[in-house]
Design a protein around this ligand. Structure first.
Ligand SMILES: [Zn+2]
Length: 497
């Protein structure tokens, strides 16, 4: 009998909520680059007698994400203590949610295998506090001493939303699509910056294999799942899952047994290694936190959040495809973040044609952002100015070459469109009609030998004609486009006696 192996994947994603202060105290959440243990207080250090006070903004952001995922928001939700001992957790318990999470039963659509939309069910979304961070001396040059670890509680108490999917994903590529889609969503909603490298979005993957009869598709055996941790990029998620599929397949093919275990992804070596097995599984002894009253999501709050929801990224992408007739890939790229989508749309609303504006934003604008290593929000050229510039090209008042020069001048000198055009002699209008014809005639007249050769059929592969076009372009100083010069040249060459 021949076998096939079907991966079954579910993801648990921790999203750091974009609040200014922590979830149960007023310490700052801005811990990146902060001096260790400076954003701390008795509450987030878990000192005796300190009482947590829930940050309403964290609840609001959690509800916002849950609504966008079409989850059902629970009227009354409760915080539990999840007990475990680890140095990064000063209270020896984490305040999290257990059987009464903030929201349940949602969905997110991704591009599945074969391109069709695929629905991924969301099991739940709950709120919890983040733990601190261990800093190992071996990995941090600033620290003295050998082989010791320090703990920095700046991150402890930062609000997280944990979003758990059903095991609906069937390949590493789908897992990547799902994470990409979720990241775009939280960014659109301003719920999180979704930065995986900086840890604002952390993905754990559960993966198991179904061993099937290759002929009938019947499931013969379903291996235990392993949970993979420490994947901090989209590429890492895909690679770790691909590795895990290979590893589990080998075990099953050799008649081995897979055990429930947690595995650590090592990005440098490209392997997962076992961290702990089922025997070491924690008993968290969850119980309701007596210091925190249940959260009640009032209809007024729900209404407030509902009205604050922007157009969803997938809706905007679809609108870009339909309203602006953009190809699928371009619509996806331009709707990746709300600021980029806004930038593009303002360009178009400022009079630029949708297709040309798309081209300019995707190539010229993204190139500059990349070169300057900045976000679109920091880009000096306003979308209105770019829209107006592109419109000049649409209306053939400026050649693409001249427009590109103007674009570069606006960025280089930080000037408005008017100023840049003034400096370059203004939108002189692209040469066309008689003016262009005169230029072409002038060039033909000063190159009689070449023209004669073309007439004698000695124009090898059109090289001579190209040579003439080049001369015209030079003469027109960027104020002509090669295609119309070529056409005009054909017409004029026929006129020749
Ligand atoms: Zn604090």
């Amino acid at each position: 009998m021949k076998y096939s192996y079907q991966p079954v994947i579910g993801l648990e994603i921790h999203v750091q909520l974009a609040t200014a202060t922590k979830i149960f105290c007023s310490c700052s959440t801005d811990y990146i680059g902060a001096e260790p243990n400076t954003n701390v207080c008795p509450v987030c250090l878990g000192l005796p007698g300190a009482l947590p006070v829930l940050n309403g903004k964290a609840v609001e952001l959690g509800i916002k994400a849950a609504m966008a995922l079409s989850c059902t928001i629970r009227d009354k939700t409760v915080f539990h203590r999840k007990n475990y001992f680890y140095p990064d957790l000063p209270k020896a318990y984490q305040i999290s949610q257990y059987d009464l999470p903030l929201a349940e039963g949602g969905e997110l659509f991704i591009a599945g295998e074969g391109g069709a939309l695929k629905r991924i069910r969301i099991t739940r979304l709950h709120l919890e506090e983040d733990a601190g961070k261990l800093v190992h001396s071996a990995a941090d040059g600033r620290l003295e001493g050998s082989e010791c670890s320090y703990v920095d509680y700046n991150r402890g108490g930062v609000p997280l939303a944990e979003i758990v999917s059903e095991p609906d994903l069937r390949s590493p590529r789908e897992a990547r699509e799902y994470v990409t889609s979720l990241r775009r969503l939280v960014r659109y909603l301003d719920v999180s910056d979704g930065d995986m490298e900086r840890g604002s979005m952390r993905v754990d993957a559960n993966i198991s294999l179904q061993k099937k009869d290759a002929a009938t598709g019947e499931i013969l055996y379903w291996g235990e799942r392993s949970e993979i941790k420490n994947m901090n990029s989209l590429r890492a998620i895909e690679r770790a899952l691909e590795y895990e599929i290979r590893r589990q397949t080998v075990v099953l093919e050799n008649g081995g047994v897979l055990e429930l275990e947690t595995r650590h992804w090592n990005d440098g070596d490209g392997v997962t290694t076992s961290m702990r097995s089922k025997e070491a599984a924690h008993d968290y002894r969850y119980f309701p936190d007596p210091d925190l009253p249940p959260i009640e999501a009032s209809p007024a709050l729900l209404e407030k959040v509902r009205t604050s929801l922007p157009e969803m990224p997938w809706a905007r992408e679809a609108r870009f495809r339909n309203e602006f007739a953009l190809p699928e890939a371009d619509a996806a790229l331009l709707s990746e973040t709300m600021p980029l989508a806004d930038y593009y749309e303002i360009c178009v609303r400022s009079g630029a044609s949708a297709a040309r504006a798309s081209n300019w934003v995707r190539t010229e604008v993204l190139r500059v952002l990349n070169e300057q290593n900045i976000a679109i929000e920091q880009f000096s050229l306003s979308p209105k100015d770019l829209g107006a510039l592109v419109r000049l090209v649409d209306d053939e008042k400026l050649s693409t070459t001249a427009a590109r020069e103007t674009f570069n001048a606006m960025i280089r000198d930080g000037v408005s469109l008017e100023k840049a055009l003034e400096a370059s002699g203004g939108a002189r209008g692209k040469l066309s009609g008689n003016a262009l014809a005169d230029t072409v005639r002038g060039v033909l007249a000063s190159n009689p030998d070449v023209v004669a050769e073309i007439f004698d059929g000695k124009d090898d592969k059109g090289k001579k004609k190209k040579f003439i076009v080049g001369l015209v372009m030079k003469e027109a100083r960027g104020q002509a486009d090669a295609a119309s010069v070529g056409e005009l040249l054909d017409t004029l060459l026929q006129e020749k006696p």
